[in-house]
Ligand binder design. Structure first.
Ligand code: GLA
Length: 400
C-alpha cells in the first residue's frame, strides 16, 4: 500500500468508526430529553371534572390526597390541569390563567404541588383554541414554553383542536418540542392528536407519549355523537402498535376511567391491567379525594404497577385471540412474562395460556403468580388456565 492509499484507508476507517459511534449513541427514534424512561404516572382533571368543575381548591385537595392515600408511594407523580385553566392573552401575548378559578395563580399552585413531593402539569393546544375554546398555543409556542418553565411546569399535554386546515401534526408538535427544549426546564411532552395521523410512526422523536386513540369513554361499549372510544374499542385499537413505544416514548390510550362510575369493578380492573400490559402512562382520571376502597385498591395495585413500570419498557402484544377471548403477553426485564387473559365476552369463560404462545418451550416449568389475588399459583409445566369474569381480566406473571 503506497502512502496515499494508506492515508485513504485510514481516513475511511475513521469515518466508518465515527458514523457507527453516532448511530449507536443518537436515539434516532426517541425524543432526546431524557424523561419518562418508564411510562409517566399521575392524575389529570379532565375525565371526571371537565371544564366547569376544575378549580384551585380541587387541585390542592387532589394533591393532598395523592400524597397521603398511598398513590404517591406507588409512583403517581404528575398532577395535571387539563383544559379550562387558561382565560386569555395579555397585550404582550402572554397566556393568562383564569384567576376566578385559580385565585393564587399558577406558580403558587405549582409550588404547593412540588412541596407535596409531586410534579405539576398543564394542558394546551396546537391550534388557535383549545377544545373548550380557551387560547391555544399556535404561534405562541416559545413564549408559552418559557412561561410554563417559569411557573414550574414539569409536564405538558398539547391537544389538537382548532388547528388550521394546512397544519401538519408532526411539524406542529415538533415546534413545541423545540420550544420546550430551550425553556430551561425538563418538561415531559404529551402529544394529543387522538391517533389521527398514526402518530406512533413519527411521534417517538417528538414527544414522550402520544395519544394512540380517541377520548376514552366511561363505558365498556357505547357511542357518543362527538366520537370517543369505549374501553372495548381501545383494547382492539391497541393491538399491533406496541413495538413503536419504549423508554422515553410511549403509546397513550388516554387517561384511566377507573372509579368514574360507568363501568363494573371487573371492567375497571381490565382498564388498569391492560394499560400496564400496553406499557401505557397511568394517569388517574377520577375523584381521588372521595374514591371507594375498591377504586383505590385498583389504582394502587403494586404488582400491576410493576408490570407497567418494568424497566425493559417493552409493550405487550396480543398472542392469542379466539372470538372474544384473548391472551396478551409482555416480556419483562428479568426474562419473565406478564400475561393478561382477557374475556371480552358476555359470559364467564375459561382461558388457557400455553407457554408456546408466550415464547417459552412447552416442557418448561415456571412459577405462576396471580397479580390481582396476590397469590402464588405454583410451578406449572406448559400452560395455565383460569376462569375469567365477563369483560374481566386475569393477570399473572410466568417466571422460569
Ligand atoms: C380533547 C382531549 C381530551 C381533553 C379535552 C379537553 O378532547 O382529547 O383528553 O383534553 O380535549 O377539552
Amino acid at each position: 500500500m503506497n502512502q496515499a492509499s494508506s492515508f485513504l484507508f485510514r481516513l475511511s476507517f475513521a469515518v466508518i468508526m465515527l458514523l457507527s459511534f453516532l448511530s449507536s449513541s443518537a436515539p434516532a427514534h426517541a425524543v432526546d430529553n431524557g424523561l419518562a424512561r418508564t411510562p409517566p404516572m399521575g392524575w389529570n382533571s379532565w375525565n371526571r371534572f371537565r371544564c366547569d368543575d376544575l378549580n384551585e381548591k380541587l387541585v390542592r385537595q387532589t394533591a393532598d390526597a395523592i400524597a397521603t392515600n398511598g398513590m404517591r408511594d406507588v409512583g403517581y407523580q404528575y398532577v395535571v390541569l387539563d383544559d379550562c385553566w387558561q382565560l386569555s392573552r395579555d397585550a404582550q401575548g402572554n397566556i393568562v390563567a383564569d384567576l376566578a378559578k385559580f385565585p393564587s395563580g399558577i406558580k403558587a399552585l405549582a409550588d404547593y404541588i412540588h412541596e407535596k413531593g409531586l410534579k405539576f402539569g398543564l394542558y394546551t393546544d396546537a391550534g388557535m383554541k383549545t377544545c373548550e375554546g380557551r387560547p391555544g398555543s399556535l404561534g405562541h409556542e416559545y413564549q408559552d414554553a418559557k412561561q410554563y418553565a417559569m411557573w414550574g411546569v414539569d409536564y405538558l399535554k398539547e391537544d389538537w383542536c382548532s388547528t388550521l386546515p394546512t397544519q401538519n401534526a408532526e411539524s406542529s408538535y415538533t415546534v413545541m418540542r423545540d420550544a420546550l427544549a430551550v425553556s430551561g426546564r425538563p418538561i415531559v411532552f404529551s402529544i394529543c392528536e387522538w391517533g389521527s395521523t398514526n402518530p406512533w410512526l413519527w411521534a417517538g422523536a417528538v414527544g414522550n407519549m402520544w395519544r394512540s386513540t380517541g377520548d376514552i369513554l366511561d363505558c365498556w361499549q357505547c357511542k357518543m355523537s362527538w366520537g370517543g372510544n369505549s374501553l372495548s374499542e381501545i383494547l382492539d385499537l391497541m393491538s399491533g402498535i406496541g413495538s413503536y413505544s419504549g423508554p422515553g416514548h410511549w403509546n397513550d390510550p388516554d387517561m384511566l376511567q377507573v372509579g368514574n362510575g360507568g363501568m363494573t369493578e371487573d371492567e375497571y380492573r381490565t382498564n388498569f391491567g391492560m394499560w400496564a400490559i400496553f406499557a401505557a402512562p397511568l394517569i388517574a382520571g377520577n375523584d381521588v379525594v372521595h374514591m371507594s376502597t375498591a377504586t383505590r385498591e385498583i389504582l394502587t395495585n403494586k404488582e400491576v404497577i410493576a408490570i407497567d413500570q418494568d424497566p425493559l419498557g417493552q409493550a405487550g402484544s396480543r398472542v392469542m385471540k379466539t372470538g372474544n377471548l384473548e391472551v396478551w403477553s409482555k416480556q419483562l426485564a428479568d426474562g419473565s412474562r406478564a400475561v393478561a387473559m382477557l374475556n371480552k365476552g358476555e359470559s364467564p369463560a375459561k382461558i388457557a395460556v400455553n407457554w408456546n404462545n408466550i415464547g417459552y418451550p412447552t416442557d418448561l416449568t415456571a412459577s405462576v403468580r396471580d397479580l390481582w389475588s396476590h397469590k402464588d399459583i405454583g410451578r406449572l409445566k406448559g400452560s395455565y388456565s383460569a376462569e375469567v369474569p365477563i369483560h374481566g381480566i386475569v393477570m399473572v406473571t410466568v417466571k422460569p
